[in-house]
Design a protein around this ligand. Structure first.
Ligand code: ZN
Length: 192
């Protein structure tokens, strides 16, 4: 923990040296343009890979970036982001090499988390023919990562919050992205 506090102190000093009012301005409120729904994986830091700073992006992360209709945490984040913060863009971002997706594709048991990963098994079942038609295992998992994002964007579009927002003049736009851990690039998926 020592490292965490030292890094924090250095970061505060650096920010203040660039702008002495930095924290005072941020403390006045947030007006983020984006909501990011991503994986909890430590290699997918939302702000860092999108070059956004504090105040620009509202973030929700869970294992394998799932949008589950009974998840009160995620639904509350989406409602607050859309109705109060009025975000313009909602990004569901998956990533190649996702441990959650790989675990769901296998038959090994991991305990409690299996219930969560069950949602990805549904994606697998929905796209079984396509997935099983890919011979190479890595390519198969990469495609499952993509299909998982596409299905989660679909789930998101069906939430009551988004359905209601779609009736307004300026509804948020939904995007499905996949992040490539090996190269660092974000790719947009066709989700429509
Ligand atoms: Zn992941």
């Amino acid at each position: 923990m020592k490292r965490i506090f030292e890094n924090n102190r250095k970061w505060v000093e650096q920010k203040l040296s660039e702008d002495k009012d930095y924290f005072r301005k941020l403390a006045q409120g947030q007006e983020p343009r984006y909501l990011f729904i991503g994986c909890s994986d430590s290699r997918v830091p939302a702000n860092e890979i999108t070059g956004t700073g504090p105040g620009e992006m509202f973030v929700h992360r869970n294992i394998a970036n799932l949008v589950v209709h009974t998840d009160m945490n995620m639904l509350s984040v989406v409602q607050y982001a859309v109705e109060v913060l009025k975000v313009k863009v909602i990004i569901v971002c998956g990533h190649y090499g996702c441990g959650g997706v790989a675990a769901a594709a296998g038959n090994e048991q991991f305990g409690l988390i299996d219930n969560w990963l069950r949602n990805i098994k549904d994606v697998l079942r929905l796209h079984e023919a396509e997935i099983l038609g890919i011979a190479d295992e890595e390519a198969r998992l990469r495609r499952l990562v993509e299909l998982n994002v596409i299905e989660q964007v679909r789930n998101l579009s069906k939430t009551s919050v988004i359905q209601k927002a779609m009736q307004s003049d300026d509804p948020p736009k939904l995007y499905g992205l996949v992040y490539d851990l090996k190269e660092g690039y974000l790719k947009e998926l066709q989700t429509g």
